[in-house]
Structures are given as structure tokens and as C-alpha cells.
Design a protein around this ligand. Sequence first.
Ligand code: ADP
Ligand code: ZN
Length: 437
Amino acid sequence: MSHNSEFFHPELETLTRDQIHTLQTERLQKTVAHCMNSAFYRERFRQAGLKASDIRTLDDLRRIPFTTKQDLRDTYPFGLRSVGLEDCVRLHSSSGTTGNPTVILHSKRDLEQWAQAVARCLWMVGCRPDDVFQNSSGYGMFTGGLGFQYGAELLGMLTVPAAAGNTLRQIKFFTDFGTTVLHAIPSYAARIYEVMCEHGIDPRRDTKLRTLVIGAEPHSEDTRRRIEDMLGVKAYNSFGMSEMCGPGVAFECKEQNGMHIWEDYYIVEIVDPDTLEPVPDGEVGELVLTTINREAMPLLRYRTRDLTRILPGECPCGRHHLRLDRMKGRSDDMMILKGVNIFPIQIEQVLMQFKELASDYLITLDSRDNGDFMRVEVEMQNVNLDDYQSLKQLEKSIAQRLHDEILITPEVKLVPKNSLPKAEGKAVRVKDLRKQY
Ligand code: ADP
Ligand code: ZN
């Protein structure tokens, strides 16, 4: 396959909707037949009174029962595979942000296809073999490490497996190796900038950073813009999860208007998490994915628990693969307070509009005499800490704006820069003390 200036896989990236449909139908039939090598799916199909040959069209997909994270746990570690262990060459496991870890197995072909997907994403945002790619993900079980490593190498970039942590060393690598592309989780990208400032390093003057790939945790549009301004880069949203390989599932193109999900790898459904029925076009629901390009451990109708929607319309970039909106969060992240459903990202959206506020915040839920209450602590920047009156005024206007968004007035507490706890990996934004009672 030959790459050209815009596309890494021109034939696949520019498929028309009809062509995507045909390819998906073929690959779905093949995948379902292959899944009958797995004891788990054989039993699932038997219970549902289904045969592999019943699944002929994309509409038939809906007859297949969902696969859940619990299924992965119940069959831990190797029970969901569709090939022999001798054909598996890699094992990854989710970082376990929510509950027990789960295991995903990969064959040689799976790893190759995964690297192809990641390379396609990176090429799409302008990465080329003369770039230097630095990866600040944790390596090991976390897929953001090796996933980006193999994709970036396949594209042909000089790839620096810096791994997580040791921010000063990361910064030294930027300047020593001439890093042009960085992969980081959003909270860490902001942290890197802070440490640069503390050491008098100006990213625009002292580094060649140009492109940032950010993902792995929900973040708002304002957070993205802030990080772009801080580091003087273009930042592209990257979505993935261990169960679907890892990074490379959906990625923004240069238009930065939603993440193309690669439909030659995945069939996308958005369902209502309660009724499990498809939501009307363009509405938010739970993302359900079927892998149609996997060998060792294909998953049928996997409930990701991530909430998002399909963006309407065509993308000017020439790719017809559907675009997902920014993730709203996981269904498990939803906070219920005084009967109101709230996602942390709604709070972030409001906070990041105040230029007096830095990027880190912590939401604490607790109960008091008259029911639930929420406290939002947020770090400040460029604020005169001695001016008590204006601090109180600022807290008040933040609380007011939050009320407009979430219909609850939280207690807002401004705290000095760097006083909130920092996580090594994904940022912890919510502390629910109510659960301890
Ligand atoms: P864990 O489930 O333990 O966090 P993963 O590393 O597999 O392990 O994380 C995948 C999850 O991370 C996704 O299901 C999603 O909730 C979140 N995620 C990944 N990329 C993004 C992104 N770009 N925006 C928002 N959330 C994301
Ligand atoms: Zn596009």
C-alpha cells in the first residue's frame, strides 16, 4: 500500500459510505464465523438461539447479545480468545481505572494491524518520517506505551520511549533530541508546561514541539485550546481503549472537529445505556463497538461504557469514516447529586473558561445534615492572593456559572497552584466521600 501526502492508507481512508458498508458486511460475517472458535461466543450464540450463518447483514448485528466488561472479567484471563494460545504473541491489560483489570490477547497479525491504525492516525495529523516522536505514556501493560511506539516506528519517525514521569527528563529530551511530536495525557501536558515555566524554558523558543497527541482521559475543548496556547502546538484528540487494542481507534484529523473512527476496524453503534436500544441519530449514548479486523480476541458488540455521539455531516478532509464527538465521560463517572446527573467534564468546561484558573481541579462529594453537597477546589494562576475581596468575588461568580450548567450551587474553593494532589497516570477528578458511609 502506498502512502501519499494526505493519506497513509489512501484506499481505506477514502472509502465511500457504500464501500464501507460492503467491507463491514464482509468482515462482520468473517468475524462472527471466527468467533465460533471461542467457547464463550459458541455458548452465547447457543443461548440466544443464533447460528453464525444467521448474521448476514449489518442489521443482523443487533441480534447478537452485547459483550460487557463483566464478561471479560468472568473469563479472565484467557477465556474469550478465538485462537489457541500458541497463536498469541502479546497480552495487554487495562489500566484498571474502574475495578479489576481485564486481559486482551493479540496475535502477530493483530499487532501489525494495530500499528497500521496508529500510523494512519499520526500521518493524518501531519507526522512524517523526519519527525521525532516522544511518548510520555506509561509502558508495560498500559497500551498507550507500546501502541504508540509501534505505530510511530512503522510510520518511520525517530521514536523516543520516554515513558511516564520524570518531567525534567522529558523536557531535557525535547531539547536534546529535537522532539517535534509529543504524546501525553492532557493533565500531564499541562504539568509539563508548568515545570518548563519553573525552569525558565519557553516551549516556543527552546523546543521544536509542533504537534501534541492528547487522549486517554476526557477533556474539554477549552482545555485543548489552553494546552495548545501553552506549548505552542496543535493538539489532536486521540481515543482508544485496551479492549479495542489501545490507541488508534478514533482520532481527530487536521480539521479538529471530532474523531474519525476507523470503520474498516470497528462497527459503531450508539445505544441508550438503560434500554440498550439505538439512540436517534446524533444523540448521546453509550458507544458499542464490534471489532471486525481482529484475530486473537474479537469482541462482538462490546459495551464500552463511554458516552458520546456521532457528529452529523461530512468532514472536509475527504474521509467518510464516522466522527465521534468528544467523550462526555464513562457511564461510571456520572455523579448523582440531589437527583441531578452530572459529569465531571461539565464542571471542567465551566472552570476552563476562567483565565484566572489553572488546569487542575478536584470535585469532592460528601453528605451534610441536609443531604449531598459538592465542593470544587481549583488551582489559580495569575491571581493576587492577598486580595481577599476579589478572591471571594471570583469564587462567587464561578459558583454561579456552575449553577447555570449543573443546576446545583457547589462550594467553590480557590487554592494555590500545585496544591492539589497530582496523579502519575490519568488525573483523578472526583472524590466521593459519600460512598464511605
Ligand atoms: P482503563 O479503562 O483502566 O482506564 P484504558 O487504558 O483501556 O484503561 O482506558 C480506556 C478508556 O479511557 C476509554 O474507555 C475512555 O473512557 C478513556 N479515554 C480514552 N481516550 C479518551 C479520550 N480521547 N477522551 C476521553 N476519554 C478517553
Ligand atoms: Zn476529517
